[in-house]
Design a protein around this ligand. Structure first.
Ligand code: HAM
Length: 419
């Protein structure tokens, strides 16, 4: 009986060359950009205790209630494959008492996250995030600095159609009054909301503002604005964020309906949305905000914190072709050889050129000169170095520029400079 062909799990994709070139390039750009602002890399386990996400992200969020990959291990412990990494970072921050070692901590991470979501372009079940978290700074300038940091990176990568949206969801002091006002607004329309929202009115009315059901979205269009319910501290923080964003040259707009899909946010929340048409409805490239109570809620010392995460798939889908092309790795040279003696010499030559930092290809398969040139073309090699008996005898190698098709004779010592 024919065996069923094994395939990757739905919503979880293989990342293969040449597309992986663009990923590696994008990640390197992120690392370089973040390093300039003092962020250092952390790696935490993919799997965590389920309670971390339930308590950290919030039981009533879509992520926790519908989308987690949760399973029992062999001892019956409930484990979850991380749907995001902020909760993991906070867990690590508390576990290693980082706050006792340094007053300010800036971390970044790159890695896979898992959410059982309905799939579409830009939305997958295993997807990759680059994210940052800053602990220990309560001032609004860091919120603005984070937004500016990623905004500038995207602009430098040629992503220009960007909409920076900010809001404040208020702190613990502002929330109760707003929650009451929102509940009073929602109660009369209870029967017209989806069953999830009917439940949310009582336990977590802010979640109604984030409901994806179109009829609910329409219903909450005129809901009271959180911005009218901010206390003095939250208002002045939010004004500070706007002032610094202006100083940093980041154009932004305020959307009082932006609440985000995770419960831990306090104060500033923000998203960067792609306004081009490559992503359809999944156009949020970057999302984040402040979570000043999460460290304490998960058992650590009261610590202000702010961060964001971006989806790598969405970033790559939005990159202009020229940027993606620049990311492609092409050989500096391809060495084409004729005969055993030439191949032996070429092995050593390739090694010496690679030591000088060059990307060198050579064909080990003993093919014809024609097939080797074909391969060099396919790989878009910049140069082909030709070595046959004549070249070995004279010590002069033939160097062909694959763009201009110009040929010159050079000795090995001149090769690195020529490449
Ligand atoms: P999030 O909004 O859930 O926030 O995700 C951040 C970004 O990850 C999204 O804007 C999107 O680009 C990408 N993303 C989310 N889900 C998917 C998916 N299923 N497929 C592809 N891409 C996706 C967080 O995760 C927070 N931890 C962000 C944060 C960090 N807040 C503070 N610090």
């Amino acid at each position: 009986m024919a065996q069923k062909q094994l395939r990757s799990v739905r919503g979880m994709n293989d990342l293969l060359p040449p597309y992986s070139d663009t990923w590696v390039y994008f990640e390197a750009q992120c690392r370089q950009q973040f390093a300039g602002y003092g962020y250092r890399e952390v790696r935490t386990p993919v799997v965590e205790d389920t309670a971390l996400f339930a308590r950290g992200i919030g039981d009533d969020t879509d992520i926790v209630s519908k989308e987690m990959y949760t399973f029992a291990d062999r001892k019956g412990r409930s484990l979850t494959m991380r749907p995001e990494m902020t909760a993991s970072c906070v867990r690590a921050y508390i576990q290693h008492a980082i706050g006792k070692q340094e007053p300010v901590t800036r971390w970044y991470y790159i890695g896979p996250m898992f959410r059982y979501e309905r799939m579409q372009t830009g939305r997958y079940r295993q997807f990759y995030q680059v994210g940052i978290e800053a602990f220990g700074i309560a001032e609004p300038s860091i919120d603005a600095e984070q937004i500016a940091m990623i905004y500038e990176l995207y602009k430098n990568l040629g992503l220009t159609e960007l909409d920076v949206v900010i809001n404040s969801v208020g702190g613990p002091d502002d929330r109760p009054a707003y929650r009451d006002a929102l509940r009073a607004f929602l109660l009369p329309m209870r029967d017209e909301l989806c069953s999830d929202c009917q439940r949310r009115i009582d336990i977590n009315p802010l979640r109604v503002l984030d409901c994806k059901v179109p009829s609910c979205k329409q219903k909450v269009a005129d809901a009271p604005s959180i911005l009218d319910h901010l206390g003095e501290a939250s208002r002045s923080h939010f004004e500070g964020v706007q002032r610094y964003l202006t100083e940093l040259g980041v154009p932004f707009r305020i959307d009082a309906k932006l609440v985000r899909g995770l419960d831990y946010y306090t104060g500033t929340v923000f998203e960067i949305i792609a306004t081009g048409d490559t992503l359809g409805t999944q156009s949020t490239l970057v999302a984040g905000g402040r979570y000043d109570t999460l460290v304490e809620n998960l058992g650590g010392p009261a610590t202000p914190a702010v961060g964001f995460a971006l989806g790598i798939e969405r970033a790559i889908l939005s990159l202009p072709e020229a940027t993606a092309a620049a990311a492609a790795t092409v050989p500096d040279a391809f060495i084409a050889t004729r005969g055993d003696a030439a191949h032996t010499y070429a092995m050593g030559l390739a090694q010496r050129l690679r030591r000088a930092g060059k990307y060198i290809e050579l064909d080990h398969r003993n093919g014809s000169m024609k097939s080797q040139f074909k391969r060099a073309d396919k790989l878009s090699a910049r140069y082909v170095i030709v070595i046959g008996d004549d070249e070995l005898a004279s010590g002069k190698l033939t160097l062909r520029n694959m763009d201009s098709r110009d040929e010159s004779q050079v000795d090995e010592a001149a090769l690195v400079a020529a490449l």
